[in-house]
Design a binder for this molecule. Structure first.
Ligand SMILES: Nc1nc2c(ncn2[C@@H]2O[C@H](COP(=O)(O)OP(=O)(O)OP(=O)(O)O)[C@@H](O)[C@H]2O)c(=O)[nH]1
Ligand SMILES: [Mg+2]
Length: 513
């Protein structure tokens, strides 16, 4: 199916222009809703307006027809690429994870607690987070096919496990799909109360949010290796905060922890509004985890698809400020067979590439986890060095007659006058790109008086050694050593640092295709 003749390339581009601001939601058809929203009523004549409406309605109708009549696709490539048909039990990583937990508790956590790192970054690492499976997050506008894609990947359609899908905004809960021996739903409050699960920190977003969090345990082989998180679609003409809980903060929590983030788009909804812009701002720093999906590509003929692909890149370019373009998968992730006049070979190849990407995350699970803990340790160390520097400067400036509060206020207001950050850069091997924001320390010391901290040099014990030395040993030796040992039969005890080159930096988190 193509656009009607009147929809020239020019018009199509106009329809796809990223625009910020309101338009009319006059039509009940979702695809038309977004087209008219993008253009505003001004750019379509009444005749065109009517045609666009008919066109978009026909897309929806056809999509519905297909779902009723068309035969289902062969799914053997999913089983094959994800190696689900192999009768092999899921790898047992418990030894490595236990070792990782031990390093965290003995070498990182003491410094983290002593310098109240959690109050700076609000990132506490729970045991559940260390042992959790890789998390795959699905984000994007409403009705782009996120829930359908999860149903498809897990083969849940027409089973009682399937996620609810529909042409209107459907998913209203953050839905966590995880492995379990039998189908079971778990209420958000229960998930948050269970500290063995990695979701207990979500409690801080309030009871209203916990009502909107749901866990589903499904006995599926893929879920033995990953956890999927389905999210409510972004609705542009409604403020996300109207949902009754801090939607953006919750998204950020999941974004910070996800190992793979699928941002899904629909060819008829490429408009970028304020809410989607906000989402991309939240995704900053997680670019290597992001994969863009141009879903429902089976709705368009090849030529139109090329145009839409171009328009997608054009819309997203201002939002993703990285040198490397993101990987965009063009396909249709649902079980209906491809339409005859569409590019089925391309869709199948793209789908297989995406599955390989997913597999890569599963295989790199331990490497990623170790790299994540090491990155956390680096941040904690920098924080400790900075607090120590503030404290040392304070002690140096204090005389018998000084007013302690005034002296410290002076330091916090203008740390550069006292060379706080510069000294850290000059005297320690900290990269200037890793230094936290100076402003954050104003807030930090606003709630944590300097008198509540001890100097690093005083945080040593005869038996346990010094906190700083321990975290440094973890960053340069223990964690890289654990990483190095993975290649050798995943037996961390088999090696010591000398053999693995413990000083090496961890590998890139993800292989790019
Ligand atoms: N043609 C076509 N339609 C699809 C495809 N995937 C999903 N759909 C349809 O798109 C509609 C929306 O799908 P959902 O899975 O509910 O979308 P969602 O992104 O989860 O929506 P929200 O939960 O509202 O955010 C449904 O009617 C699906 O049948 C696809 O690949 N091709
Ligand atoms: Mg959904």
């Amino acid at each position: 199916m193509g656009f009607p003749e009147e929809f020239s390339f020019h018009t199509a581009c106009q329809l796809l222009v990223p625009s910020i601001g309101g338009g009319s939601a006059a039509s009940p058809s979702p695809s038309f809703f977004s087209l008219s929203w993008v253009c505003g009523q001004g750019c379509l004549s009444p005749e065109m307006f009517h045609k666009a409406h008919q066109f978009s309605a026909s897309i929806s109708e056809e999509a519905e027809d297909v779902s009723e009549e068309a035969p289902l696709r062969d799914r053997s490539h999913i089983e094959k690429t994800l190696m689900l048909d192999e009768d092999k039990p899921a790898d047992d990583y418990s030894v490595v994870l236990q070792r990782l937990r031990k390093i965290y508790h003995s070498s990182i956590k003491p410094l983290e607690q002593s310098y109240k790192y959690n109050e700076l970054r609000q990132h506490e690492i729970t045991d559940g987070e260390i042992t959790s499976k890789p998390m795959v997050l699905f984000l994007g506008p409403w009705s782009v096919g996120k829930s359908t894609m999860i149903n498809y990947l897990l083969g849940l359609e027409n089973t009682r496990y399937q996620l609810y899908t529909g042409a209107e905004p459907t998913t209203s809960e953050f839905t966590v799909l995880m492995h379990g021996p039998k189908l079971k739903t778990i209420e958000g409050i229960v998930m948050a109360a269970d500290s063995a699960r990695s979701f207990s920190p979500l409690e801080k977003f309030g009871q209203n949010f916990l009502e909107k969090l749901i866990g589903i345990e499904v006995p599926h082989k893929l879920l033995e290796r990953v956890t999927f998180v389905d999210t409510p679609g972004i609705i542009e003409n409604r403020k996300q905060q109207e949902r009754g809980y801090p939607f953006n903060d919750v998204c950020q929590w999941f974004i910070d922890r996800a190992d793979l983030i699928f941002v899904v788009f629909d060819p008829t909804k490429l408009d970028v509004g304020l809410e989607l812009e906000m989402l991309f701002r939240q995704l900053k720093g997680r670019e290597s985890q992001i994969r863009i999906i141009l879903n429902k590509a089976d709705n368009l003929a090849t030529q139109m698809l090329m145009r839409v692909y171009g328009a997608l890149f054009w819309s997203l370019a201002p939002l993703i400020n990285v040198t490397e373009p993101p990987r965009v998968y063009v396909s249709s992730f649902w079980p209906q067979d491809y339409k005859p006049d569409t590019h089925r070979e391309l869709f199948l190849k793209e789908e297989i590439s995406l599955l390989e990407d997913l597999n890569q995350v599963i295989e790199n699970r331990l490497e990623n986890k170790i790299a994540f803990i090491r990155q956390h340790a680096i941040r904690v160390r920098i924080h400790a060095l900075l607090v120590d520097r503030y404290l040392q400067t304070y002690k140096d400036k204090m005389t018998f007659f000084s007013d302690g509060e005034l002296v410290f206020k002076d330091i916090v207001e203008d740390p550069d006058k006292f060379y706080i950050f510069k000294t850290i850069l000059a005297k320690t091997n900290v990269s200037k790109f890793d230094l936290p924001n100076r402003e954050a320390y104003k807030d930090f010391f606003g709630i944590n008086p300097i008198s509540s901290f001890k100097l690093l040099s005083q945080q040593c014990s005869y038996m346990g050694g010094c906190f700083l030395e321990k975290i440094e040993r973890a960053i340069t030796h223990e964690l890289p050593g654990l990483l190095g040992s993975l290649g050798l039969g995943k037996n961390p005890g088999a090696l010591n640092c000398d053999k693995t080159g413990c000083g090496e930096t961890p590998k890139n988190r993800y292989k790019k295709h």
